[in-house]
Design a protein around this ligand. Structure first.
Ligand code: HEC
Length: 117
């Protein structure tokens, strides 16, 4: 009886921890390769190219809306300067995702309103 209780608790702890541990890897922006160049500190995501001078995306949703993200990431519009990022250049790359995948990236960006920069 006691043993069953131990097994139950161990399983419950694993079930609780596993989704959290893999959260950063499963983030849509990681799947989309954005973390090659960008960290998202508020979501615990580090950039792969650590030496690259790129903005952290933690709070981009505070400064831009969906319409801006859509055209900026397709390199149609230059960056709209804001506090913490005065750039007026176009995005470095054209994001290849299309359709529902692209819409999901845009939605995710509008939700990034964390305070970490
Ligand atoms: C090859 C490197 C690279 C990749 C990959 C990349 N970016 Fe960028 N991104 C940049 C650079 C460099 C800047 C800053 C450009 C400037 O200063 O004008 C930038 C800027 C941005 C900004 C503006 C941030 C701000 O503070 O307003 C957003 C939003 C953004 N990227 C989103 C994305 C998303 C979403 C992805 C993945 C789908 C992505 N980036 C992939 C290099 C990259």
């Amino acid at each position: 009886m006691q043993r069953a209780a131990v097994v139950f608790f161990v399983c419950a702890i694993i079930a609780f921890l596993v989704p959290r541990a893999s959260q950063a890897e499963e983030d849509l922006l990681v799947k989309s390769g954005c973390n090659k160049c960008h960290s998202i500190a508020a979501a615990g995501i580090e950039k792969i190219n650590a030496g690259m001078k790129t903005p952290d995306l933690s709070s981009v949703g505070k400064f831009h809306d969906a319409a801006f993200f859509s055209s900026y990431l397709k390199k149609e519009t230059a960056h709209a300067p804001h506090e913490g990022n005065e750039s007026d250049k176009k995005h470095m790359i054209e994001v290849k995702a299309t359709g529902a995948d692209f819409e999901a990236i845009i939605k995710r960006l509008t939700e990034l309103k964390g305070d970490k920069k």
